[in-house]
Design a protein around this ligand. Structure first.
Ligand code: NAD
Ligand code: 0WE
Length: 268
C-alpha cells in the first residue's frame, strides 16, 4: 500500500464530521465569521447549507458555497417566520436530517451604536432583540424536529453582554438575552442529546465591525492588553465551532467559550 493511500484512509477515518449535515446562518462575504466556521466544518467532512439575507449578498454567498462540495444556499430573513419555516422544509427534503446549526446573525440600528445606551428607542431595542436574540430560538424551534440523531447548536456572542463596552449599547443587552437563551435551550434540548453553546469572540474586522467608529483603536487595545498579545482570527473561532460541533465536546452544553486571546480574564 502506498503512503498516499494510507494517509487518505487515515484521514477518512479521523474526519471529525464525516457524514454530518450543518446549516449556517450569517455568511455575508469571505470575511464573515460564519464563513470561517463553514471552512472548519467542511474541512472535517461536514456537508453545509447556507442561508443569506437579501439579494444584495446572494451572489457572494453562492460563489463561496460553490467552493464546498455538496453545499446549498437558501434565502432567510430571520425576522420572517415563513422564511424560517421554508428553510427547514427544504432541508428536510434535501438533507433529511441535520446535526449542526450555527447562528452568526446580529443587527442593531447604526444610530443605536453611535450614541449613549440611555437614548435607545423602543423600536431600536425591539429590532436588535428580534434579529440578534430571538432568532436563535426561532430557528432552533424548526431545527429540533430534524435533529433526530442529537445535535449541536452554536451561536456567536460578544463580551458586551456581560460588561459595558462603550457604544455596543443595545447589542450588549441583546447578546445578554442571546446567552440566557443558550442556557434555556440547552436545558430544554439536553434530553434529546442536542447541545447548545456560545462562542464569545474578540473583535474581528468583518462587515459588521466595519463602520463602527473607533474599531481600529479597539483592535489595538486588545492586542496590547490580551495575554496572547494579538487579535482574534476568524479561523480560531471556526476551529472552536468545529470542536463544539463535534463529538469531542459531547460533555459541554449551555456554556459560553471565550475565543478572545484571553482578553476577558484581565482586570486591569
Ligand atoms: P457579518 O456582517 O459578516 O455577519 C453578520 C450577518 O448577520 C450577515 O451575514 C447579515 O446578513 C446577517 N443578518 C443581519 N440581519 C439579518 C436578518 N434580519 N436575517 C438574516 N441574517 C441577518 O459579521 P460577523 O462579525 O461575522 O458577525 C457574525 C456574528 O458574530 C454576529 O452574531 C456578531 O455579533 C458576532 N461577533 C462578531 C464579532 C466581531 O468583532 N466581528 C465579535 C464577536 C461576535
Ligand atoms: O456584534 C458585533 C457587531 C454587530 C452589529 C454591527 C453593525 C454595524 C452596521 C450590529 N448591527 C450593526 N448595524 C449596522 O448598521 N460585534 C461584536 C462587533 C462590534 O460592534 C461594536 C463593537 C464590536 C466589537 C460596536 C460598538 C463597540 C464595539
Amino acid at each position: 500500500m502506498s503512503e498516499t493511500t494510507t494517509e487518505t484512509q487515515n484521514k477518512g477515518e479521523t474526519m471529525l464530521l464525516k457524514g454530518k449535515k450543518a446549516v449556517i446562518f450569517g455568511v455575508a462575504n469571505k470575511r464573515s465569521i460564519a464563513w470561517a466556521i463553514a471552512q472548519s466544518l467542511a474541512s472535517q467532512g461536514a456537508q453545509i447549507a447556507f442561508t443569506f439575507q437579501g439579494e444584495r449578498i446572494e451572489k457572494n454567498v453562492r460563489d463561496l458555497a460553490d467552493t464546498l462540495e455538496g453545499s446549498q444556499v437558501l434565502p432567510c430573513d430571520v425576522t420572517n417566520d415563513d422564511e424560517i419555516k421554508a428553510v427547514f422544509d427544504e432541508l428536510k427534503n434535501s438533507f433529511g436530517q441535520i446535526d449542526i446549526l450555527v447562528h452568526c446573525v446580529a443587527f442593531a440600528k447604526k444610530e443605536d451604536l453611535e450614541t449613549d445606551f440611555v437614548s435607545t428607542s423602543r423600536d431600536g431595542f425591539h429590532l436588535a432583540h428580534d434579529i440578534s436574540a430571538y432568532s436563535l430560538t426561532a430557528i432552533s424551534k424548526h431545527a429540533v424536529p430534524l435533529m433526530t440523531e442529537g445535535g449541536s447548536i452554536v451561536a456567536l456572542t460578544y463580551l458586551g453582554s456581560v460588561a459595558v463596552v462603550p457604544r455596543y449599547n443595545v447589542m450588549g443587552v441583546a447578546k445578554a438575552a442571546l446567552e440566557a437563551s443558550i442556557r434555556y435551550l440547552a436545558s430544554d434540548l439536553g434530553a434529546k442529546n442536542i447541545r447548545v453553546n456560545g462562542i464569545s469572540a474578540g473583535p474581528i474586522n468583518t462587515l459588521a465591525a466595519r463602520g463602527i467608529s473607533g474599531f481600529t483603536e479597539m483592535l489595538k487595545v486588545v492586542r496590547e492588553k490580551a495575554p496572547l498579545k494579538r487579535n482574534t482570527e476568524a479561523s480560531e473561532v471556526g476551529d472552536t465551532a468545529l470542536f463544539l460541533a463535534s463529538n469531542l465536546s459531547r460533555g459541554i452544553t449551555g456554556n459560553i467559550l471565550y475565543v478572545d486571546s484571553g482578553y476577558s480574564i484581565m482586570g486591569m
